[in-house]
Design a protein around this ligand. Sequence first.
Ligand SMILES: [Zn+2]
Length: 430
Amino acid sequence: MSERILVTDGLVIDPARRLEAVRDILIVGGKIKEVSAGLSRKKAVLGTTTIDAKGLWVVPGLVDAHVHLREPGREGDETIATGTMAAARGGITTVLAMANTDPVTDSPSQLAFLRAKAASDALVDVLFAAAVSVGQQGEKLTEFAKLRAAGAAALSDDGRPVMNAGLLRRALEYAKDMGLLIIDHCEDLTLSAGACMHDGSEALRKGLKGAPWAAETVQVARDIALCELTGARVHLAHLSAAASVAAVREAKKRGVPVTAEACPHHFALCDDMIPGYDGDWKMNPPLRRKSDREALLEGLADGTIDAISTDHAPHGCGPKSAGMDLAPFGVIGLETSFAVVLTELFHKKVLSRRQIVERMSTAPAALLGLKDRGTLAPGSRADLTLVDPGAVWTPQAPYLSSSRNTPFSGRRLKGRVVKTLFAGRVVHAL
Ligand SMILES: [Zn+2]
């Protein structure tokens, strides 16, 4: 007999089915069998494992469409095994791993290797993006049809932008034919060269070189134009600037098939909060002004920004202690994202419970064309995240991630993932 699990008395939030009520969930054989009230009285047959979710939210497992797992090439900073342990702890049951590994994920054989590795090592589901251009060099397109056949879940040169507009136009045309999503990291390198933070009064005060907001928005505007020209879907990674949000909002009004994401660090923090020259506060795009942060919050609230993703980017302590100027770009985020979102968006009344689940599960699942998740509808894979919205805690190293580069260490957060189920298996429990 397949294993039966009954999750009882949780506040079930499933935006796809407009459900927000206390319910029991019956899981059989790794899939959701039934969601209704009073199941515990009827269905608790012998051999059923019961998980008491009283006082907790029960939401579809979170989907993070932007993660760097560093395998292969930098296994000391993160692996598929450690990255997915961190994801499970954060309530994330599906991640999209970016292609800027060493070597770059740009061939069917490389994808096959990674998918086999994930099948043996991963604690949650890992999907892989393949590169748009060979070696992410921005010169020659990869073979989209072969990459799709080999299981590429999306295409992205993330870590780098696709600087050549002509190349991106062709990429979009091919990707549209194949039904593949292109995710672009928007940054005009001629405007951001040599920068380590946002170009503003804080950079001036610290005597550091900054990248202006326009380095991002110039390419957001270009991508929107190419999206409109080709009719291909474009997903814009990690928006950080107010003008970028405005451009996406206006494009969506005109029916351009552009989507966008934002990261917790960008909507929770800004450049005047950076302590000294701490490299753990350095990422790309950088933390910007209060007005940018507020624009991200508005974009999240009105749906201009579809999804929240972490851009989890592990780096070792050595390189990160080199200070703002010399440290590599990137922060980890898998273990803290839901808690930061609850602290900054739910408790401060920016988003409703339902909107939070939409941005962190329903929308990213839809973006990646994943029909068996992002909802708790019967028949879906039993990916569930149980969260205590009122639990106060303080993230501190060590983390389950092999790295510890996060500005959220030592910060009081309200809301904590208590349990994560992946395909009906408990993969994290506090
Ligand atoms: Zn990026």
